[in-house]
Design a protein around this ligand. Sequence first.
Ligand code: FAD
Length: 426
Amino acid sequence: MASDIPSQARVVIIGGGVIGCSVAYHLAKRGWKDVLLLERKELTSGTTWHAAGLIGQLRATQGLTQLAVYTAELYEGLEKETGQAIGYKRNGSLSVACDHERFEEMKRGASMASNCGLEVQVLTPGQAKEKYPLLRVDDVVGAVFLPRDGALNPIDVTRALAIGARQNGVRIVEHTKVTGVTVEKGRAVGVRLADGSEVRADAVIAACDGRSVLFDMLGGRYMTEKTRQHYATWQTFKPLLMATFGVARLFPGEPAFTTVILDRPFAIGSETIPGLFIRLFNYGEGYAPPGKSVLQATSESGWEHWNTLRGQDPALYRAEKRRVAGEILDRLEVLYPGLSGQVEVSDVATPYTTWRYTRNHEGAWEGWLMTAQAMRTSIERTLPGLERLYLAGQWVMPGGGVPPVLYSGRHAVQLLCRDDGMTGLP
Ligand SMILES: Cc1cc2nc3c(=O)[nH]c(=O)nc-3n(C[C@H](O)[C@H](O)[C@H](O)COP(=O)(O)OP(=O)(O)OC[C@H]3O[C@@H](n4cnc5c(N)ncnc54)[C@H](O)[C@@H]3O)c2cc1C
């Protein structure tokens, strides 16, 4: 065992994404001292690294809306508390409806949000255009504007939560992979590490890929039929292909996020790519050296194609990445003439890359897809026949996303405190 890892802790947290760090932070705030967080690579090297960090507070239910409000308030004070800037900008969000049914749904959400104390404005198409002049409103029925929504940098939020946790005594150890949960007499009593050593604990909170925990670390035991069914039948978010280019140019005044429908779609395996989501990192100064910028083009792309290629021949896999980067650059030329000649660095992350970094099943980027079925069902955060193990993160919260998964971390802490007979919410 590495010398900085204690052989015993009161609570072991598995995973150092935004959720694991949030759990550590909230435990520390509740006064828990002997807490250990283990991360297989580096903090935020999993899914959290990729998040665009859009923070919307309007949710499907009143409970979720209240929790979203809590999270937004937490972010507000985090920078002051920890000294770590998180890039939190509350510049508002504008949602438009192109039919009456959708507008009705949005107005109901707005009314619920207003009851929860959120500032919300219902707008006519003309008022929406005043807020965002680039908007085409000829087919827009109405809009909702939340002035206190915003965006932040998920990596920095995670760091801030980790700083806050450390300041309150939590120990965080990176480059340490958990391979199993030790169970004795129906109780989680510690974790096993990749080097064969063990850390004993009074409780374990898993804030990493749900499938790895349930099937690999626990061997498929302790699952209800309901949870087994979720894992067998529920859809996950289709993985992404992300081509990122460091370019010797700037994009002044261009919108940071755009979706383009391609005049000339191209193929990846048996799939046609009809459009690209384009992200320009032109809203901050730290993303590239002066005079240069970063452009990222994203599309959904099937797991099978990339996983099969990587398994068959890594050289073929790399060649396919180069081909796809070329196809994308060729399409981007239409939008940004001369771009190909300005590329200085490029990187293509495939669904296989996502899996390699996150261990998320088949490269899913936000866990379970938010289907009608998934939205109506809650996922268990404790397991039958196994005490002292708690699940948190995007695999217990369909739809994933930074704000919802943060609540699941707070919920795991509440469950743990409840089981320890503590009162009051952390
Ligand atoms: C391209 C992209 C864009 C996104 N955009 C947004 C957005 O705009 N807004 C939003 O809210 N959300 C967004 N998301 C989703 C959001 O990033 C995730 O829902 C959230 O970060 C999940 O956090 P997590 O802590 O549950 O998971 P992770 O960040 O994946 O953390 C789990 C951690 O556990 C570690 N781990 C895994 N196995 C082990 C092990 N055996 N031992 C030790 N450690 C282990 C991993 O290395 C990882 O660091 C986006 C995601 C992607 C990919």
